[in-house]
Design a protein around this ligand. Sequence first.
Ligand SMILES: Nc1nc2c(ncn2[C@@H]2O[C@H](COP(=O)(O)OP(=O)(O)O)[C@@H](O)[C@H]2O)c(=O)[nH]1
Ligand SMILES: [Mg+2]
Length: 273
Amino acid sequence: MSSFLRPAKTEPNTKTAAARIPAQAQYRPVSSHLAIAPPVSVVIPAMNEAENLPYVFKTLPDWIHEVVLVDGNSTDDTVQVARDLRPDVTVVKQRGKGKGDALISGFAACTGEIIVMIDADGSADGGEIVSYVSALVGGADFAKGSRFANGGGTDDMTPIRKLGNRVLTTLVNTKFGARYTDLCYGYNAFWRHCLDEIALDCAGFEVETLMNIRVVKAGLRVQEIPSHEYNRIHGVSNLRAVRDGIRVLKVILRERGTRKRAVRPAMITGEVS
Ligand SMILES: Nc1nc2c(ncn2[C@@H]2O[C@H](COP(=O)(O)OP(=O)(O)O)[C@@H](O)[C@H]2O)c(=O)[nH]1
Ligand SMILES: [Mg+2]
């Protein structure tokens, strides 16, 4: 059993006992059978999502350490709504433009050891965070959401986006020796050390592709987590299938796969790349 895994019932339940344990070694129950020590930060890129934030925040588990909202110069009440819903929210104003730029700023502001990225449009269920965190404390470096792994699904993707995602996923698998079932999905989680190894440098919707390629190139342990993507609740997507598909393709070509990866022990079963 990993040193991070402890049955929840072994957690001492007295204030006196807890007070004797250093803060970083205290375990928080995250489900009926799992307690974890590492603090979990949740990063939410948001551009004009005031109407959707109440739904998103409502699904976040109460055991998370912090919420970092990256505001893309919203012209609605996104920031105020976030603060009303959660007075302890960390708000980051992004300097540049695009989702990639927003996430890079948000990751830099996180203080947790585990970082979860989740969209602000109501398409992702925060209740799934426990699955991501479980994979990470169980040995994965990077827990990658997939709408097309067994148990996953999407209500939000148009047929053209599904097709484009499928073609681009196959291309990444072929060029980089990955075994992904999804490529352009915004719900992922990872240990903060991954940030040093993937050194993100992109601005737009190609950010998830770049992360997925760099983790495989770095030989990190990646585990896919089946995830259900619901319809965006209010508003419309900022993604343009052709324009952003071309950006993703350019990243794939720029990263130049060789299919060679660092060898790691095959310790994770299931959807592993
Ligand atoms: N801060 C910030 N967030 C963005 C930007 N572009 C998109 N987002 C957010 O990224 C998430 C995904 O964007 P969305 O438009 O729903 O794209 P889709 O999920 O691919 O259809 C949402 O929470 C958006 O508000 C941006 O330029 N800045
Ligand atoms: Mg969306």
